[in-house]
Design a binder for this molecule. Structure first.
Ligand code: PMV
Length: 312
């Protein structure tokens, strides 16, 4: 075996971000934009041809060390906009985990890959939840913390916290992402909500409300009801704005998309990054997002999770 090619999808959060940090439900859907890596055994450790500095790539390092530390050369190529809350870093960890496992003859089941990639993300960034890595490994759609879900996939535990990850049947619906181009780190936004919530009973009620409407969103998704789902997404955007995680640029793109959409909201941590619109007029939504200075991506869902593309 000379080289293994593996790829894994990005994702967006359709409902429940931030509240998921407090054990509330959240739903994420995989998208048809993937991170692809090629891993080859090599004399020394290289990333994209350059001698790799593992301390600059802590999540790759974590996976590398877990898989026997055989020197490898890793080439990376991504169609997922980085730093936009679309799970680019998680998709990299998931794809590297699959490729390293294939190189070493390890198990390629998506549960082991999701767990290893979450450990890597957690050790590198102290990430709040395993949503991105599970969505990327499993593909299609996943829900966290949904009681009585239709298909339980796996449970992940970390530092005394526990998440149940379930499969979501994703109907054919059409989404457009609108990215602001503003990079906003997730950690400080999670911290901002935590402080607000600790100080203010009212903020706790907003988090509870996000949890309640996310369960309703799950039902709307199961019923294939874009009208209801869209209106819940728009309401979720208002609640996230009250929590202080939206920004003018996101609000501008959400407002612009709404006349052509069932609903629209920021997706992921907020403060920049991207918004998502549920629409059956994707070309018009993409045009209006572009005209307001955003970068539109018409995405399709029902995307396959991690896969080994090629072993030779
Ligand atoms: O930055 P993203 O899109 O991966 O999403 C962050 C989602 C939060 O709920 C804000 C944090 C988390 O880890 O769940």
């Amino acid at each position: 075996m000379n080289a293994v090619t593996a790829s894994a999808p990005g994702k967006f959060v359709i409902m429940g971000e931030h509240a998921v940090v407090y054990g509330k439900p959240a739903i994420a859907l995989a998208i048809n934009r993937r991170f692809t890596v090629v891993v080859r055994k090599s004399k020394d450790f290289r990333i994209n041809g350059e001698r790799g500095n593992l301390s600059l790539n802590p999540h790759v390092r974590h996976i590398y060390e877990k898989n026997g530390s055989v020197p490898v050369s890793i080439s990376m190529e991504s169609a997922i906009p980085p730093g936009s809350g679309l799970g680019s870093s998680a998709a990299l960890s998931v794809a590297v985990s699959a490729a390293m496992r294939a190189v070493n003859g390890g198990s390629l089941d998506s549960e082991s890959i999701a767990k290893e990639a979450f450990d890597a993300e957690f050790s590198a960034q102290g990430r709040g939840s395993p949503m991105d890595t599970s969505a990327s490994a499993h593909g299609m759609g996943i829900a966290l913390n949904v009681p009585g879900c239709r298909e339980h996939l796996w449970n992940i535990e970390k530092n005394g916290r526990s998440w149940d990850v379930c499969d979501v049947a994703v109907p054919k619906m059409s989404f457009v992402l609108g990215c602001t181009g503003i990079r906003a780190a997730t950690g400080p936004l999670v911290e901002k909500v935590r402080k607000y919530k600790d100080r203010n009973r009212f903020a706790s009620d907003i988090v509870d409300e996000i949890g309640t409407i996310t369960l309703e969103g799950m039902e709307a998704l199961n019923r294939n009801d874009p009208v209801r789902l869209g209106s819940l997404m728009t309401y979720d955007h208002k609640l996230l704005s009250i929590l202080g995680v939206s920004c003018n640029e996101l609000n501008k793109l959400v407002d612009a998309a709404l006349p052509y959409s069932y609903g629209a909201k920021l997706t992921g941590a907020g403060g920049g990054g991207c918004m998502v619109a549920l629409t059956d007029r994707p070309a018009e939504v993409a045009d209006i997002i572009r005209s307001r200075g955003g970068a539109p991506y018409i995405v399709s869902t029902r995307e396959e999770g991690v896969r080994v593309e090629n072993i030779n």
